[in-house]
Design a protein. Sequence first.
Length: 301
Amino acid sequence: MTTAPRKWLPAYLLLSLIWGNSFLFIKIGLQSLTPAGVVLSRLALGAVTMLVISAATRSPLPPRRLWGRLFIAAVLMTSGGWVLFAFSEQYISSSLAGIINGTTPLMTLVVVMIAFPEERPTRQRIIGLVIGFSGILVVIGVWNGMGTATLLGVAAGVVAVTGYGISYPYVRRHLATGEERMGSMTFATGLMIMGTLQIAPVAAVTGYSHAPLTSGVVLAMLALGIVGSGIAYVLNYVVIHRSDATTASTVTYVITVVAVISGAVFLGESIAWYEPVGAAMVIVGAATAQGLIRLPRVARA
């Protein structure tokens, strides 16, 4: 049962601001760092933060037998997806990257229906998915055509959210049931550690930076790593436990709005009319597919 909004709403709004601005921080980080360098900074700082929080709260590390499964989860949820988004922002705006990230609930629902046959594609879900994926086409302005660079950036973002969509059913099946079930703090700490170990050799091969570090880049990475990849998971934990998982999942929609506003205000990114329209369609479609917006019943003859 969801508690009064005053118990979880402050953490929810703060989480939305933190994760919504992550695309802004990535864009700033790319001024000096390679995509792998941005992600390595983010993960390493996040891992240290989570280890400190885990020690303070006496949360255990994941058991040894589950690190192999955490390896796969980290590729899908952190190192893989994050480096793809960092790569994509070399070619597209942070606002567009945030909008693409907002399609995660749609991708998740598609994968869940495939992975769990018992979750049948109801009329409500089908209509929601059609609206949402139509919104994606509107967001990228398919009628305008796209240059090779823009197409590459959009494709990288879509691959990233597809990985996110696969990750949730994977975690649900292999890390969140029976003896494999672990606390949110333990799981998040394991993801940060494993993701850091995965991206470190990639950064060693592709390079960490391409220009001297500036104070703005350093501050952006500290915010992205300590706050966005560490403290944010604690806030997410608070929201889930004080409200419910469905309420917590809607933070994705607010993140999209924050990303668009931040890109326009702080980076001067131009926003085409169809991007917010398409983003609104994605949000409505995902909310409909999740049952947050109820369609009227059709009377049968």
